[in-house]
Design a binder for this molecule. Structure first.
Ligand code: BGC
Length: 748
């Protein structure tokens, strides 16, 4: 029964691919690994595959480690980690060091913007620097494995973990995910400040149905191969040391049991040689998912799939020992998993250097760390609207009202997933603005609402009064940190609590409003933005969110963020994403909206095109969109050759001129469309971007190289990805809408 089911599930995923269980060629530590493996008992081998949570098992842990039953511990650092390490190294039979893991998602102590915010920077170098800082801080207390980056592409802002994602686009996620891997791992894993990165969650976790966490992913092979997998392939190619399984099933097959994903694809096809860790309890949950009848079966599936380490399920240990003895699991399969674990420990230099130096000066919040956090927070902010150039504030402004539940919320600006952060180190917008304004500009502060979900309206009149006394209003709204992240999904993605009411009331004071939104996801803020002169979307900006925003508001910095995900007008539009397929009946500008439909209108009177009656077909803001205090003019797109040969390349470029009066950074974006294919093609796809800084009046020529491999797509018929000859459209522009257009032909 089990076998048949597995074959059916696998065949859905693995069209055209051959599977094989061989380990890949040996690496530099092969001799050490083999020597150690040959000394290990079966029980000790299985112990290396066991990952336990230090915060849950404190009492039992030391005994289990001494007995050789534990290979890695999560959520434990500093002196406590050293103490456990001492037991492993000095008291266990073979003295194999432990690996300490932790979710260092967007900083350790110094907190950077949530990953979705970082993605808005479109700045690989800065993101890499941020991840380097995170690694330096975390490794200083013994953390040498982090469960990041999360490179799950998602098109659903309801999903709580959209905050932890790099947005909706596979290409953007690939490039930024690789930047994170490089920053975390540094140049050499043996460097004590390097931590092993983990590409997660393999795979399709971001495609969770209905935007509800842990739900099923029911997706086509095309979506899997063209959108979900490319960031993981990029991470594997970049040498990401580990991968994590995902909780979800894909088309009936739980990812944590998928031999196709972890052996056939990752190891055999992509030639990746790292270590795979399960997600928390995900091996045990194979039973809950109605896939395995017993935990024995879960263990068999997990280990045979190629999942090396079992996080917290307590399934590999103790069940695998009897399963091997009974001939139900081959010892060679266990050996391969152990090799992957040991190799990583050697690569990290843990055998020579198992302890962290707790006597060393702390590296937390070093000035250069805070500076990097500020830069990244600054570049993560997206200017969505700036009517009459109300921003940046000029010297004429003598008083500002600072209003809203997010203006001075040190915990909330940090966002989700920052276990080690200390909110007392957060510099809030109110604190930064107070410092910036000094005696020059008067600040009238009124919170209006105590927290984002606050429904009480009693403090709103005081906020309106503050607005009346001021030249301009800075209104900080959004979501508390707890409203996004793992298992924090929302069915309604509007501003929570009475925040819309607060905006309505404050608008009645008649002063220009600068709305600053600090949130873990795109929010449906269309109606609110109409009442405001300017809108800055700041996500959760981390420790230095305040100074970053203050500099932007007063024009010391110029906004340069671009949206890494489409913003819907209404939650009912979700999923809505820029690279959609073209449809046979697209809507045009002549659509009739619900409010304009005459009573008793005839069934055919609206025509037959594709849109929503309430909101049409367009999003609130498209992917790639973001304004600047200056303006950029795109001119003269050119293609080096109208024909691209299968073994060649062409260049495409245009001029970008800063036509305003301030220096500014612009993310110039390259999109391509395959005009017709053996399968329908998306309307356009991001294939390149460059962030350039241009002085006022200056022109920059921005050029991209296009090669055929960038144009490939998955072919279900043979399970392969390759490009097809024919005509392509190409655009260079400032967002996923519009841009300068040209074309070329891909020829044999
Ligand atoms: C999450 C992972 C995380 C792990 C350990 C799980 O619930 O899905 O992303 O790394 O917990 O904290």
């Amino acid at each position: 029964m089990m076998k048949i089911r597995s074959l059916i599930c696998l065949s859905i995923l693995s069209v055209g691919l051959v599977s094989c269980q061989q380990q890949k060629p040996k690496d530099a530590y092969a001799d050490e690994v083999e020597a150690l493996l040959s000394k290990m008992s079966l029980a000790e081998k299985i112990g290396q595959l066991n990952l336990l949570d230090g915060s849950w098992q404190a009492e039992r842990l030391e005994n289990d480690i001494r007995d050789g039953h534990v290979g890695s511990v999560l959520n434990c650092s500093g002196e406590t980690a050293n103490q456990l390490q001492r037991v492993a190294v000095e008291e266990s039979r073979l003295g194999i060091p432990l690996l300490f893991g932790r979710d260092v998602i967007h900083g350790f102590k110094t907190i950077f913007p949530i990953p979705l915010g970082q993605a808005a920077s479109f700045n690989e170098e800065l993101i890499e620097q941020g991840s380097r800082v995170a690694a330096i801080e975390a490794s200083s207390v013994g953390v040498r494995h982090t469960y990041a980056p999360m490179i799950d592409v998602t098109r659903d802002p309801r999903w709580g973990r959209v905050a932890e994602s790099l947005g909706e686009d596979a290409y953007l996620t690939s490039r930024l995910g690789v930047a994170m891997v490089k920053g975390l791992q540094g140049d050499d894993l043996t460097d004590p400040s390097a931590i092993a990165a983990c590409a997660k969650h393999f795979a399709a976790y971001g495609m969770t149905e209905g935007g509800r966490d842990y739900n099923v992913a029911d997706i086509s092979a095309e979506t899997l191969h063209d959108y979900v997998l490319p960031p993981f392939k990029a991470a594997a190619d970049a040498g990401c040391a580990t991968f994590m399984t995902s909780f979800n099933e894909i088309n009936g097959m739980p990812a944590s049991a998928s031999k196709y994903l972890f052996t056939d694809l990752l190891r055999d096809e992509w030639n990746w040689t790292g270590m795979v860790v399960s997600d928390y309890y995900s091996i045990e949950q194979l039973k809950v998912q109605a896939f395995c009848e017993t935990l024995d079966e879960s263990a068999i599936y997990g280990i045979n799939a190629g999942v090396d380490m079992d996080m917290m399920s307590h399934v590999y240990w103790p069940l695998l020992e009897d399963l091997v003895k009974a001939g139900k699991v081959k010892e060679s399969v266990v050996d391969n998993a152990v090799r992957n674990v040991l190799r990583l420990k050697y690569q990290l230099g843990l055998f020579e250097n198992p302890y962290c130096d707790t006597t060393r000066d702390s590296v937390f919040y070093a000035p250069e760390h805070l500076e990097t956090a500020k830069k990244l927070a600054t570049e993560s902010v997206v200017l969505l609207k700036n009517e009459d150039q109300v921003l940046p504030l000029t010297d004429n402004i003598q008083s500002v009202a600072v209003i809203g539940p997010m203006a001075n919320a040190p915990v909330e600006q940090l966002g989700t997933w920052c276990f080690d952060a200390e909110p007392e180190h957060s510099v809030t917008p109110l604190a930064a603005l107070t410092e910036e304004c000094g005696d020059r500009v008067k600040i009238n502060y009124a919170k209006g609402l105590a927290y984002s979900r606050d429904e009480s309206e009693t403090e709103i009149p005081a906020a309106v009064a503050a607005a009346r006394r001021s030249d301009v209003v800075l209104l900080f709204v959004g979501e508390e940190a707890i409203l996004s992240g793992e298992a924090k999904c929302r069915a309604d993605i509007s501003l929570p609590g009475a925040q819309s009411k607060l905006i309505d009331e404050v608008a009645k004071a008649g002063k220009p409003i600068v709305l600053v939104v600090m949130a873990g996801r795109p929010l449906t803020i269309g109606a609110e933005t109409e009442k405001c002169a300017a809108v800055l979307y700041a996500f959760h900006g981390g420790t230095m969110a305040g100074p970053a925003l203050s500099d932007l508001i007063f024009g010391k910095e110029n906004p340069s963020g671009k949206l890494p995900i489409t913003f819907p007008k209404m939650v009912g539009q979700v999923p809505i994403y820029y690279n959609q397929k073209l449809i046979g009946r697209p809507a045009g500008d002549d659509i009739v909206l619900l409010k304009d439909i005459p009573v008793e209108a005839k069934q055919t009177s609206l025509g037959f095109s594709s849109y929503w009656l309430e909101v049409g077909y367009k999003p609130l803001y498209p992917f790639g969109y973001g304004l600047s205090y200056t303006s950029f003019d795109y001119k003269k797109i050119q293609v080096s050759n109208p024909e691209l040969k299968m073994d060649g390349s062409i260049d495409v470029w245009c001029e970008v001129k800063n036509t305003g009066t301030r220096p500014g950074k612009e993310t110039v974006q390259l999109y391509v469309q395959d005009v017709a294919g053996s399968a329908t093609r998306p309307c356009r796809e991001l294939k390149g971007f460059k962030k350039v800084e241009i002085a006022p009046g200056e022109t920059e020529v921005v050029s991209f190289t296009i090669t055929p491999d960038m144009l490939g797509f998955y072919h279900a018929v043979d399970g392969k990805t390759y490009p097809e000859t024919g005509r392509f459209n190409v655009w260079i522009g400032s967002s996923s809408e519009g841009g300068l257009k040209s074309e070329f032909e891909l020829v044999k």
